[in-house]
Design a protein around this ligand. Structure first.
Ligand code: T4K
Length: 383
């Protein structure tokens, strides 16, 4: 028979060897979700703008400090719909350094993406390079607040105003981020959030469009419901982008826990910085000067003077059960449906290519335990 000490040791070893992923969704105690489910079972409203959907829209407006917000089934459909809401066509300037959904939302609307390089400090779209990419067909700019760090919103807005362009921010990573004036989501014509399982705030799948006025919100609400205005009137070829009641209910519960989850992310971020600062060849990406940081990701850039290549470190971590991710490698502009475009050529995207070859996102999520984080750090320090 095994002694208690043996059992304890075996269980400690088991937990030591548990795989560590780049992220893990925050899940509140299951018991707290049951009353929400009971309400859904009672009233039998499962979707189509039910009570939880309405409550979550209001609760998110209050929490984020924005005026109007339309919930969606996911961030990608929200991006596709945002472009439709503003009737964007022709060419849109965007970044290659993002998740592929950013540019895919343009292709889904028959719009040509024009890739512009990123800023070496923030890895966000570089405003200094936007103007030369503008043509008579350009109608909008779609920047991304990469890793939740705000773009240079003032410089981008200035260019948009000069050339009469719309700005739609892919703010998939920027839940809760604030600059000196308030929510970063207030900038541009529209901003789009993702509430995917891997995001700071999740509703399993989900997303939202943030818009400045009630009229635009109404158009977005029509577009996410097939274009229906009433039982017999369809005003646009809308899509089914509605969030279900079960996702909305989960969002309401998540909101109760979000501040604790963000605080834990902050601690993990601080520990990484403290312990990796002295490691030769490892650069931690800084924030972009935002007042409230959400610590959605922890990207490091593995420089040539590190003891091994980014991919060797990625593999070494993997060999130890640590699944860091190369967000964003490959660049969107290197995927087959984009790579023949003139703007996708490497010479046009030197900074993005360089970052994409060096970046590694380390595990960061509220349930990451100190000894698990230390395993990650030890490997990077000792590699
Ligand atoms: N714009 C930007 C800038 C985005 O980053 C995204 C999404 C979008 C637009 C589109 O928004 P959505 O339509 O997704 O709402 C993940 C996510 O699927 C994707 O939402 C996210 N960006 C992207 C950056 O990351 P993958 O393919 O890397 O996910 P996956 O399944 O490999 O998950 C990563 C790790 O997370 C897993 O190794 C384990 C953990 N995980 C994942 C899931 C799904 C869990 O522990 N539980 C889970 O349920 O794309």
């Amino acid at each position: 028979m095994k002694s208690l000490a043996d059992i304890k040791l075996a269980s400690a070893n088991k937990s030591m060897n548990k795989p560590i992923y780049v992220t893990q969704p925050y899940l509140p105690p299951l018991a707290e979700f049951i009353p929400y489910l009971e309400k859904i079972w009672d009233n039998k409203i499962l979707t189509n703008g039910g009570p939880f959907h309405q409550q979550l829209e209001q609760a998110l407006c209050d929490y984020l400090g924005v005026k109007h917000l339309a919930l969606f089934t996911n961030g990608t459909i929200a991006l596709v719909t945002a472009l439709q809401a503003l009737r964007i066509s022709g060419e849109v300037i965007t970044t290659p350094y993002s998740f592929v959904a950013t540019a895919h939302s343009l292709l889904w609307n028959g719009i040509k993406p024009v890739f512009v390089d990123v800023d070496p400090n923030t890895l966000n779209l570089d405003p200094a390079r936007i103007e030369v990419a503008i043509t008579p067909h350009t109608t909008a700019i779609m920047p991304v607040h990469v890793y939740g760090h705000p773009c240079d919103v003032n410089a981008i807005q200035k260019i948009a105003d000069n050339y009469n362009l719309k700005v739609i921010y892919d703010a998939a990573h920027a839940f809760g981020v604030q600059d000196e004036g308030g929510s970063v989501l207030r900038h541009g014509d529209l901003s789009v959030l993702s509430f995917h399982a891997t995001k700071v705030f999740n509703t399993f799948e989900g997303g939202a469009i943030i818009c400045p006025d009630a009229k635009t919100k109404q158009r977005i609400d029509h577009l996410k419901n097939f274009g229906f205005v009433d039982e017999v009137t369809v005003v646009a070829p809308g899509i089914n982008g509605k969030m279900s009641e079960i996702n909305a209910a989960f969002g309401l519960l998540q909101l109760k826990h979000i501040d604790g989850a963000l605080a834990r992310r902050k601690e993990i971020d601080a520990t990484y910085r403290q312990q990796l600062v002295g490691v030769k060849g490892i650069r931690c990406l800084n924030d972009a000067g935002e007042k409230l940081v959400n610590h959605a990701y922890f990207p490091i850039l593995v420089q040539p003077d590190y003891t091994q290549s980014r991919d060797a470190l990625y593999q070494k971590l993997k060999d130890h059960g640590i699944y860091a991710r190369r967000y964003f490698y490959p660049l969107i502009s290197d995927f087959p449906m984009y790579r023949s475009m003139p703007s996708a050529q490497h010479a046009n995207l030197r900074v993005a290519n360089d970052a994409s070859s060096k970046v590694l996102c380390l595990p960061i999520y509220p349930a990451l335990r100190p000894h698990e984080q230390q395993r990650v750090i030890d490997i990077i320090q000792g590699a």
